[in-house]
Design a protein around this ligand. Sequence first.
Ligand SMILES: [Fe+2]
Length: 687
Amino acid sequence: MTTSRRSFLKAAAAIGASLAWVGPARASRIHWQERRDLYPQGVASGDPDPHSVILWTRRPFDGQAHQFLTVEVAEDEAFHRVIAQAKVPVSSAADWTARVLLGGLSPARIYWYRFADADGNGSRVGRTITAPLPNDPRTVNFAFVSCQDVNEGTLNAYRRMIYEDERAPAAEQLGFVLHLGDFIYEMVEYPDEVQTRYDRTIYEVARIPDGHKVGNFHIPLTVDGYRAIYKGYLLDPDLQDARARWPFVAMWDNHEFSFQGWQSIVKAGSFEQPGQSVKVAANQAWFEYLPARVTRGSRLLERFDPPAVKNVPIKEFDDHGLGMEPNNLAAINSLKGYRALRYGRHLDLIITDQHSYRSADSFGDPSLNKLVGKEFMGMLPESVMQILDGGRAFNGGNPPAVVSHNDVHVPNPQRNAPPQTILGMEQKAWFKDKLRTSTATWKIWGNSLGALDSRADPQNLPAGLTKEPWPPHTFAALSGYDYGTAWTERAEIYQHVRDAHITGFAIVSGDRHSFWAGYASAQLPPGKFEPVGLSFVGGSLTSAGTMEAYEHKLPKDAPLRALFLADKEGGAKPDWTHNMLLKHGVRSCLEYAKSFDLKRARSLSNPDLAPHLEFVDLGGHGYSKVRLSGDEMRTEFVCIPRPITRSEGPDGGPIRYRVVHTAALWKSGARPQLKTSVLEGDIGLAM
Ligand SMILES: [Fe+2]
């Protein structure tokens, strides 16, 4: 056995896949006849490197426990030149999912694959693409996507992506799709119980055998529940076609486990409980349904082998907020998702896990609700949020005993808590090491959570609009769960980028259900604005966003309504001033809602509010494409209309706009600079 083959065997064992190895090309030796009905979840491939990729399918068999499939891999779509054939075990223990690590491939090549059972009943044909060699200077193209709630929407964005990719010149076709999470939503609605939400029709997606119900939502608590959801989602024809066209590189966000869950704690609104066995179940189903080079606690081939854990309260936390309870540690360590992929000379893709190791919510203490009146629509003073984020380390270890807003004072609930961490210590050390040692032109941080500040300047509101004024010296933060408010950890990472003289650092994120483009800066005015890289957030594929929620929920008589929606005469849909609020501030919004004069509104822009933002659209859906070369990063937002019903046409329906953000590679210590251009469509108030 050659060394490369031996190390390959080891790699396959570590990620829990069976093996297939490439040999000389010959004709197919199986009597493959396509029977898509027997492979209801289609095929997929994942995590390509220059010589290997993982292939996936699911073929259930009734009344049996084990079976074998055959996988065939060919250099041509007609399977005249088959270069690999291997037996692939499937079993009820893995819900009949198959994972094959296919090795011995050539770099930067397209291959086709298919599965068949002993009778020749075959899966559809899938296409996959290997990564270029690390010294290959070719341009790298990939898409990043997130948030595909098929319970409440349709995947027209994938249809559009496929349509455009099929027509693109070979050098511009996508090499892979980076999926930044919310591949499923664990909160499932049943159409016979609830027919609509916001603008959406509720579509049947799954029935959860072991569900707990929170409001209208059924949530799973065992592996069969999570499996049912993956099976339901993968029936979607557009998702299936996308997985059959490109290899996916996937990382979970929150909804693959639990809406507001963290470590192994399940939380969805008022429902909160120790969920060690639930986290293991979520990991197992993710492992079974998403082919990826992730490592498990176990060493069993092809199977997840869940550790036995008990759901017991977590009482002891270490200095970094990690719950030391053994069942918690066993649960979160049952699957390690963070990893890095090299793709040619120009890309190191470093992917992190934002939920398994994070500390407790720094902003969730109910006493904080007393600070600011409801008229401010959930805004919190940035200065207070920074105190909470810093925990006991704030102000050099001397956090204030009390946090205040105007004349409301509450005891600082984070005074004795560790500073907020999203990555946790171990993963963060790994991440910083990956960044420091990367030799690729671009170091792209695939991070499910957005990193751009979402803030407003209510200190500039005219007197009398609200009952109480906003204090003059602090901005307002509009969210508190992602890197937009993880000031301490963000600063540590950005300082590391600066200290290690790293160039070509850029973040791609999801989760926010909106498109954002801007700069990675630890601080904003009145602090120092010092970007060390670029930062992007991609719109959701389907999931409802902030603007859709506000169109339905924001009271007509809310005193600050004009900061979010500008109402028009005659019942036309309001304009989304919320976008303008984040980039230009309250004065621009109030002017726009009065005059609808964009130029005049922008002339009142507050330059200190958002030097980090070039573009923000809280109402956009779609996907994002990245093109990396030796001297430029080009990020394209392809925005589609609200995906409520499935588009009938092959192109996935119309697009709302296409916007391109380019940045030349900067020298270490220099400031990156984005150039934004609207290629087509109407971006509304997004700039
Ligand atoms: Fe989402």
